[in-house]
Design a protein around this ligand. Structure first.
Ligand code: UTP
Length: 292
């Protein structure tokens, strides 16, 4: 049902400077893969066939990452490094699968999605924010596409956050809950702690009705003077319902140093060989903690 995924990668990544000065945030490595590759793999697992990257100046490493590199492939084949060859071939995208479109200035997530408007034909499409990395048994977007049906309207992934974190997220007003699905009567972007209607925060996975593109086309700037996706979702209510999906898994905000470090540890612990080394390695540094 959901065959297209938009991957907005045109943000400034200012919270992770200077690392992101010349390297796109979405190319930061977690253990052995860039964030954007985790996102594409997650989308593929949910049945997505077409990937629209909304990029900006200085993000060409993302396009290069998904290209076939004939010289490298030939060299690996000549050296009989077939495992590595398989890895780099399977992570590339065919020209028919990948589209790159530019966002001329970082005017917000809503604006980034609007930049792909002319490429969206389907009834509903997905959006993944690659810096929200999720470790789960079933990939998060697959959980959502399995649960999604047309009456859900716009669907967002949601998680409960600490009270002092609500002002960083879009927050749902909960109407009712049915299993993992929350029917939301409203969503507010970055509310003050005393104005937050709940602690259910929107995180970087969406299944959106294509009508949102019309709504975004006349969307004024909101919080942070950016064109906010959550404002458009809010304006579509109540005609287009809003469903929060409480996914199974753990999410890491890899747009921050702390979240990225934690993701590296969590993903490294998934590999039993690495895990065996990681615990003594961490213990050595923790035991010898010596602030400079
Ligand atoms: P963030 O809110 O993390 O913003 O965007 P950012 O600019 O990347 O990072 P900071 O806040 O400066 O550290 C969430 C996602 O939306 C994309 C980003 O690339 C990221 O994947 N985005 C954001 C755009 O594509 N365009 C924008 O104008 C804003």
């Amino acid at each position: 049902m959901v065959k297209t995924c938009i991957l907005p990668v045109a943000g400034l990544g200012s919270r992770f400077l200077p690392a992101t000065k010349s390297i796109p945030k979405e190319m930061l490595i977690v253990v052995d893969k860039p964030l954007i590759q985790y996102a594409v793999e997650e989308a593929k697992a949910a049945g997505v066939e077409r990937f629209i990257f909304v990029t900006s100046q200085g993000k060409s490493a993302i396009e290069d990452h998904f290209d076939r590199l004939q010289l490298l492939e030939q060299t690996l084949a000549n050296r009989e490094k077939y495992d590595l060859l398989d890895k780099i071939v399977s992570n590339s995208l065919e020209p028919s699968q990948a589209v790159y479109v530019r966002q001329p200035a970082p005017l917000g997530l809503g604006h980034a999605i609007l930049c792909a408007r002319h490429l969206i034909e389907e009834e509903s499409f997905a959006v993944i924010l690659a810096d929200d990395l999720i470790l789960s048994k079933t990939p998060c977007l697959k959980q959502m596409t399995d649960a999604y049906n047309a009456e859900d309207g716009n669907m967002v992934a949601t998680m409960v956050v600490e009270p002092d974190h609500v002002s960083r997220y879009g927050i749902l007003t909960i109407q009712d809950e049915n299993g993992r699905k929350i029917r939301a009567s409203n969503v507010v972007e970055k509310p003050a702690i005393d104005k937050a209607p709940s602690r259910s925060a929107v995180i970087g996975r969406y299944i959106l009705k294509h009508e949102i593109l019309d709504t975004l086309s006349n969307q004024p700037a909101g919080a942070g003077s950016e064109i906010q996706l959550t404002d458009a979702i809010q304006r579509m209510l109540p005609n287009t319902p809003l469903t929060g999906y409480t996914y199974e898994g753990e999410r890491f905000d890899c747009g921050t140093k702390r979240g990225w470090l934690e993701a590296n540890i969590a993903f490294a612990c998934q590999d039993e060989n690495v895990y065996a080394h990681l615990v003594p390695m961490l213990k050595r540094y923790v035991d010898n903690y010596n602030p400079r």
